[in-house]
Design a protein around this ligand. Structure first.
Ligand SMILES: NC(=O)c1ccc[n+]([C@@H]2O[C@H](COP(=O)([O-])OP(=O)(O)OC[C@H]3O[C@@H](n4cnc5c(N)ncnc54)[C@H](O)[C@@H]3O)[C@@H](O)[C@H]2O)c1
Ligand SMILES: O=P(O)(O)OC[C@@H](O)[C@@H](O)[C@H](O)[C@H](O)CO
Length: 494
């Protein structure tokens, strides 16, 4: 995107049909700091804040922070565009709808200027710190839900300067407390159960460990005065491709180094609890509720676990995109049955929501051929995602004596996928932070298919549950003998 610095002039004229910020970006305040500016933040929270700015709530501009070194390329691209970028919505009829989002008014990389990041977080104008740091970023043992001091946080405990999201949160809140500045609200927008509670737990555990040296009582102050509302966030956002860039330019005339592409669907359900000032998010379509839990369980167990159920099996069967899998009636039936018979019975009633309608909408969203979501995106970090999304459904069904064979087949397919070769012996580019520990378990010389269930931080005590082990052996055997597609057909009785 060719733009000029915001201090000098507003946006250059955009082509007709591509709306951009109708507010003065130079006058926008910095009420939000976001940690982890990836695709999803730009297609979701930044869009809601752009709408707020458009309504004249000028305090709510965003400072986007890259915590990891890997964020540099995106930050570099966005900086050359003064933080502006194009949101490209892909409709099921194949058309695209482009608009320019202006709410990211400042970009900081932790590597370049850690002091500027901390100063932004400690500034009185900052009222909200949000984050998308992925499921793996919460230093939690999946099987117990308890805090686990990982290497990154341990380094933050020892080091002079924070390098992690939680180290930054602790230090920024310490500075605010010392300065008499009210705390900000912390909003996790990651797909993890009780994301606000989990953020609070990790931050309190971390600051308590720090207190062994500081003795400053920060943890009690955080516990008493900082709000961590839970949230449910939803918009399918695949990674941007060069084809997306080319098509945007060809169809609209906009040249953007890093547009974000997404489906039209958009949802944010957020608990109505704030530490201090509260952005009027209800005015821009956010559902503010007392308890987000029913909504988040619905989304995590139907949508995210649905992705898991289709993705490893679909990849092994030779598909590469979500819509391709869904176009196969057998896989459509797999996802539909998993959602209706295995996931839905584990859900509490969801206020004002027709679950059958929600499932129908999900099948339509998955089938949208224009979105081009890849199975590889949904298969990455599989050990984390299986544990976050699928195992809770299996646990609930085992406790209730209900069905979970399709979910167990998905777990066995994940283990088969993680071996790293598909059914024709072609290599699979497996991405998983636990790969070093996984591979010996998957390819062990004794070939014991159950060995992987011993990975406690993923399976916990489920790995020792006899009914789960039996179902897993059946599923793994079926996959081994029949291959993914036939295994699905056999379980469905199709
Ligand atoms: N993409 C989607 O469809 C979608 C939808 C809903 C929710 N989400 C949530 O958003 C998260 C990010 O998805 P995305 O599509 O933006 O991915 P992405 O790969 O585009 O961006 C991930 C961001 O997270 C940061 N990050 C990763 N690990 C981190 C860590 N340990 N500490 C700090 N920052 C870290 C990265 O640096 C990057 O900025 C997901 O993990 C999920 O929880 C994604
Ligand atoms: O991004 P993750 O790791 O939470 O999970 C992969 C997908 O299921 C997820 O990104 C969905 O597309 C998204 O949650 C839709 O809102």
């Amino acid at each position: 995107m060719t733009t000029t610095p915001r201090s000098e002039s507003p946006l250059p004229a955009l082509p007709a049909g591509v709306p951009g910020p109708a507010y003065d970006r130079a006058a926008v305040g910095r009420g939000v700091v976001h940690l982890g500016v990836g695709g999803f933040h730009r297609s979701h929270q930044a869009v809601y804040f752009d709408r707020l700015l458009g309504l004249g709530h000028a305090d709510w501009g965003i400072t986007g922070v890259g915590v990891l070194a890997a964020d540099r390329p995106l930050h570099t691209a966005l900086r050359t565009q003064d933080g502006l970028y194009t949101l490209v919505l892909k409709h099921a009829d194949g058309s695209i709808e482009a608009s320019v989002v202006g709410s990211l008014v400042r970009l900081l990389l932790l590597d370049d200027d850690p002091e500027a990041v901390l100063a932004a977080m400690a500034a009185p104008s900052t009222r909200l710190v949000s984050m998308t740091i992925t499921e793996g970023g919460y230093s939690t043992d999946k099987s117990t839900g308890r805090f686990r001091l990982d290497d990154a946080l341990a380094a933050d405990l020892a080091g002079p300067r924070p390098r992690t999201a939680f180290g930054l949160l602790a230090e920024a809140l310490r500075r605010r407390r010392a300065a008499g500045t009210p705390p900000f609200t912390v909003v996790s927008c990651d797909n993890v159960e009780s994301n606000g509670d989990l953020t609070r737990q990790t931050l309190l555990e971390f600051t308590r460990l720090q207190e062994a040296h500081t003795g400053d009582g920060l943890a009690d102050w955080i516990a008493a005065s900082v709000a961590f509302p839970n949230s449910m966030v939803d918009r399918i956002t695949p990674a941007t491709t060069d084809e997306d860039r080319r098509r945007l330019t060809a169809e609209t005339g906009v040249t953007d180094r890093w547009p974000v592409v997404a489906e039209p669907y958009l949802q944010w359900v957020l608990e109505d609890r704030f530490s201090d000032a509260r952005p009027p998010l209800a005015d821009v379509g956010v559902q503010l509720v007392e308890d987000v839990r029913p909504y988040e369980l619905m989304k995590l167990r139907l949508l995210n676990a649905g992705h898991q159920v289709m993705s490893y099996l679909g990849y092994l069967a030779g598909y590469r995109r979500v819509d391709e899998v869904m176009a196969d009636p057998l896989f459509e039936q797999l996802v539909e049955r998993y959602m209706r018979l295995e996931a839905t019975p584990t859900l509490p009633p969801v206020p004002d929501t027709d679950l059958a309608g929600y499932r129908r909408t999900l099948l339509e969203r998955f089938a949208n051929p224009a979105v081009s979501d890849t199975l590889l995106r949904n298969c990455a970090e599989g050990s984390e995602r299986i544990a976050t999304f699928v195992l809770p459904v299996i646990r609930a069904q085992l406790a209730a004596g209900g069905p979970c064979d399709l979910a167990v087949l998905a777990v066995a397919a994940w283990a088969r996928y993680a071996v790293g070769t598909d059914e024709d012996g072609r290599p699979i580019p497996v991405v998983d932070a636990r790969l070093d520990r996984l591979v010996p378990l998957l390819r062990g010389p004794d070939g014991d298919p159950l060995a992987v269930l011993g990975l406690e931080e993923v399976f916990g005590d489920l790995g020792a549950d006899e009914r789960f082990r039996q179902a897993y052996v059946r599923a793994a055997g079926l996959l081994h003998r029949r291959g993914a597609r036939r295994a699905v057909a056999e379980l469905l009785g199709a």
